[in-house]
Ligand binder design. Structure first.
Ligand code: NDP
Length: 444
């Protein structure tokens, strides 16, 4: 049996109840075959793939807090410190009822490669809780965040592990988490990113994941002789990533006609009104039915449906496995040219294969949504320097990083005989740097 197959079997056996984690490992190891098999005995002797697929540390804890009725609630929480070969653990916190060990491990594993691709010195980690901020009062969210940090603070630090936001963790939550960290430790340090501008946050961090997604999408299209100018784009999600993806797509001359949340989706043939979307989602924290109510040109549909809309470019920006095989078939039938992932692992393995087999340009999230964590690393640099950079300075660094990621993943794919396979390119380019650092540091 090949070394890759041995490790896949081992990971499967040890994590049989963790489908998302298994999916992420399978995708990565399959595309690393060509690299591993060129020097299989060395990698096997060093147990390199076992080390790469096993987190350095897994922290599981409970979070007790009191709701507005005086009832004590208890949530499960996680911080997975996956790999610190190239820098301190870095990766977001997700608060969503679906959160479990499998989801946090898949996200942490992906983060290792993503962070490597940014070219910045950050290792991979991820955390979160099954707490659902939806429908909670600000006081309840604060009580939860304080209780969560009261345990988490023991394991993080500006040079050890620097969490950020993710689904359900935005500026409000980061503020409460930071306040509690500071109160307990007495340290005013860059221990979290995505902070508010008045207390150490970076300009352009809020926009970074969505903007970065569009910078790499445009670089991809330009490399194939076209650009976003005049293209029709469909976006899923209506959160941080989706909102700023829509904004930047419009700035680059595209028309974005959809967005969605977990209840339904909007089709707006006049183009999504970003100011209205922000008002509904960021200010009122309401559902997309409110967008429809304020916008005569828009249609609202319950459930899923974004991928049935005819488009040139599709950008899944909501959550994992939201674009399946039937969705991929609908996109191809409608002539989609490119799919670039804003969310983490939004496309299933079968859907990815179908898109690639049908000539659709496809960039996976660990490359295309790396702008968020890259800008988080820029926030860490500013915190260390105790300086603030301008929006333009951060944005132009972000654009440079995304264009560089595109160059690196396309060159890696070409070098290993898989030109145009940006999934393989991303996995290989991310892997080589991490493995080089792991080998240099010995068996630790
Ligand atoms: P937000 O919480 O801001 O928004 C998430 C959006 O996706 C919301 O519109 C939400 O709808 C929708 N959504 C969430 N879960 C589901 C679900 N199970 N089914 C359907 N819709 C769902 O999160 P972000 O925008 O920050 O994150 C979106 C994705 O991007 C995630 O995969 C995240 O890991 C990834 N990502 C985020 C980065 C960042 O910087 N924020 C960086 C890199 C990746 P509703 O409000 O109804 O729940």
């Amino acid at each position: 049996m090949s070394y890759v197959d041995e490790v896949l079997a081992r990971v499967q056996k040890q994590n049989a109840d963790q489908p998302e984690f298994l999916q992420a490992v399978k995708e990565v190891l399959e595309s690393l075959r060509v690299v591993i098999e060129a020097d299989e005995e060395k990698y096997r002797k060093e147990a390199l793939l076992e080390r790469l697929t096993t987190p350095e540390r897994q922290i599981l804890f409970r979070v007790p807090w009191v709701d507005d009725k005086g009832q004590v609630q208890v949530n499960n929480a996680y911080r997975i410190q996956f790999n610190s070969a190239i820098g301190p653990y870095k990766g977001g916190l997700r608060f969503h009822p679906s959160v479990n060990l499998s989801i946090i491990k898949f996200l942490g594993f992906e983060q290792v490669f993503k962070n490597s691709l940014t070219g910045l010195p950050i290792g991979g980690g991820k955390g979160g809780s099954d707490f659902d901020p939806k429908g909670k009062s600000d006081r309840e969210v604060m009580a939860f965040c304080q209780a969560f940090m009261t345990e988490l603070y023991k394991y993080i630090g500006k040079d050890e592990d620097v969490p950020a936001g993710d689904i359900g963790v935005g500026g409000r939550e980061i503020g409460f988490l930071y306040g509690q960290y500071k109160k307990i430790t007495g340290l005013y340090e860059g221990v979290l990113t995505g902070k508010g501008l008045t207390y150490g946050g970076s300009l352009a961090r809020t926009e970074a994941t969505g903007y970065g997604l569009l910078y790499i999408t445009n670089a991809l299209l330009k490399d194939h002789g076209t650009s976003l100018e005049g293209k029709t784009v469909v976006v899923s999600g209506a959160g941080n990533v989706a909102t700023y993806a829509i904004q930047k797509a419009q700035q680059l001359g595209a028309k974005v006609v959809t967005c969605s949340d977990s209840n339904g989706w909007i089709y707006d043939p006049d183009g999504i009104d970003v100011a209205l979307l922000k008002e509904v989602k960021e200010v009122k924290r309401a559902r997309l039915t409110e967008y429809k109510a304020a916008r005569p040109s828009a249609e609202y549909h319950e459930g899923k449906g974004v991928w049935t809309v005819k488009c040139d470019v599709a950008l899944p920006c909501a959550t994992q496995n939201e674009l399946g095989l039937d969705d991929a078939k609908a996109l191809v039938a409608n002539g989609v040219m490119a799919v670039c992932e804003g969310a983490n692992m939004p496309t299933t393995l079968e859907a990815t294969q179908y898109l690639q087999d049908n000539g659709v340009l496809f960039i996976c999230g660990k490359a295309s949504n790396a702008g968020g964590v890259a800008t988080s690393a820029l926030e860490m640099s500013q915190n260390s320097e105790r300086l603030h950079w301008t929006f333009e300075e951060v944005d132009s660094k972000l654009q440079g990083i995304m264009e560089n990621i595109y160059k690196n993943i396309s060159e890696a794919a070409k070098k290993y005989g898989m030109e145009g396979n940006y999934v393989a390119g991303a996995n290989i380019a991310g892997f080589l740097k991490v493995v080089n650092a792991m080998e240099a540091q010995g068996i630790v």
